[in-house]
Design a binder for this molecule. Structure first.
Ligand code: AMP
Length: 402
């Protein structure tokens, strides 16, 4: 097993971290796909808080080099006069109050793990991968408010004690619980995959470290929380809002597939929102790094399973195209298209038959997009670059493009 982990690690380490995203052909040639990010480029006058957060959750907060000291940045006049420097330093952002949950948890749950599992879970980004970070420990952070509870531990808003003081989400995972669920290889793979990804709509994993009982993940802070909560709150989204999310999803998937990463578990519960409301794919629990590989594992959420997985056949990255169709439908209608709350078998049957029905009120353009993604035959599903240049996306992009 160690050999297989080693080979996955090497494959991932060999990946080139560059975007393979193509821009839609009908966009101006001067804009790259990442610069044509309507949701991103649009700078509204929003709050200073957004700006601060964007600054403090900046893309590369942990270079190996030491940050410039304040003396090298200060106003040169300040050295010769007694006046205060003219440069205003932003007030540190409030991270809320810590509830002591990590200590409480540590007493109640979790035991040491031994043997191969301990080796698998000895995860430390300062000695791993081709972009090692500095060494981190829990003492390097000021703890803030709880953000949520996951299956294996709590998530906190934190700030690095050293300058520049970055805001992050620190996620705890109890090693013994991972071992009990027999997902140590999967967790390790998830972490290795996510640390190598850099895309504005993919949640960044900046680094990770561990102690005897726990693993800590230093994640990009998703300031607007879970997308699922928004969907539950509003019931469904407008076509305009949905189009923006679907564009961002498709762009992120082009990037992931370019790196041979199949997500396999796209659903609203796995999506977070950044401080400017931009979508962030946040859960890589089921993703697979599979260059040229076809997989047979049955995974993912029932409502989002494509026919080939329901039918136990091989599957490819086209499973994510199908899930994108299901997601578009769920955003607009409020429930997934093949859902049958009374019978799992009925859901399976509907998926296998592609029994797709649209309620009244959906535009013909979005019905066209969904139908083209929800094709039984995987190769027939609409390509992702055609998703981002689909008339439905372009029509709505006018309202969120710069
Ligand atoms: P998870 O273990 O990923 O299911 O996380 C548990 C909860 O913590 C989620 O449902 C979110 O509400 C919150 N959370 C997780 N990661 C983040 C993040 N990066 N930024 C903000 N909130 C998060």
């Amino acid at each position: 097993m160690a050999a297989s982990i080693g080979s996955v690690t090497r494959q991932i380490a060999a990946l080139e971290i560059s975007t393979t995203t193509k821009k839609p052909s009908n966009l101006p040639s001067s804009s790259s796909s990442s610069s044509f990010r309507p949701g991103h480029v649009k700078q509204n006058s929003q709050t200073n808080v957004s700006k601060l957060l964007t600054k403090f959750s900046a893309p590369n907060p942990f270079p190996n080099t030491k940050p410039a000291t304040s003396s090298s940045l200060r106003n040169p006049l300040a050295a010769t006069t007694t006046e205060k420097p003219a440069i205003k330093t932003p007030r540190p952002l409030d991270i809320g109050s810590y509830d002591g949950g990590l200590e409480t948890d540590n007493e109640k749950r979790g035991e040491k793990v031994y043997g191969e599992a301990a080796d698998d879970l000895a995860l430390d980004s300062s000695v791993n991968g081709k972009n090692p970070t500095r060494e981190w420990t829990l003492h390097d952070f000021d703890m803030g408010r709880p953000l949520g509870k996951g299956k294996f531990g709590r998530v906190y808003m934190v700030r690095t004690k050293s300058e520049p003081k970055y805001i992050l989400a620190l996620k705890t995972l109890y090693k013994s619980e991972i071992v009990q669920s027999r997902v140590e290889k999967q967790i390790r793979r998830e972490i290795e995959i996510q640390q190598n990804l850099r895309h504005p709509n993919v949640l960044r994993l900046y680094g990770y470290f561990h102690d005897e009982k726990r693993i800590f993940l230093m994640l990009e802070f998703a300031g607007k929380g879970e997308l699922y909560k928004q969907l539950s709150k509003y019931g469904r989204f407008s076509e305009r809002r949905s189009a923006k999310y679907i564009y961002q999803m498709a762009d992120a998937l082009i990037y992931l597939h370019g790196k041979h990463v199949i997500h396999r578990d796209i659903k609203p519960e796995n999506l977070l929102l950044g401080i400017n409301g931009e979508l962030k794919i946040g859960d890589f629990g089921w993703s697979v790094h599979a260059p040229g590989n076809r997989r047979k594992t049955l995974c993912g959420t029932l409502d989002y399973l494509p026919p080939e997985m329901v039918e136990g056949k091989d599957h490819t990255e086209r499973v994510d195209h199908w899930a994108l169709g299901v997601l578009t439908y769920e955003f607009l209608v409020g429930n997934p298209p093949f859902e049958d709350k009374n019978s799992v078998n009925n859901t399976y049957r509907k998926i296998a038959k592609v029994d797709l029905r649209f309620p009244k009120g959906l535009s013909p353009e979005v019905q066209d997009l969904i139908s083209r993604l929800l094709q039984h035959d995987p190769p027939k599903r609409l390509a992702l670059d055609q998703v981002i240049s689909h008339p439905w996306i372009l029509q709505h992009s006018k309202s969120w493009a710069p």
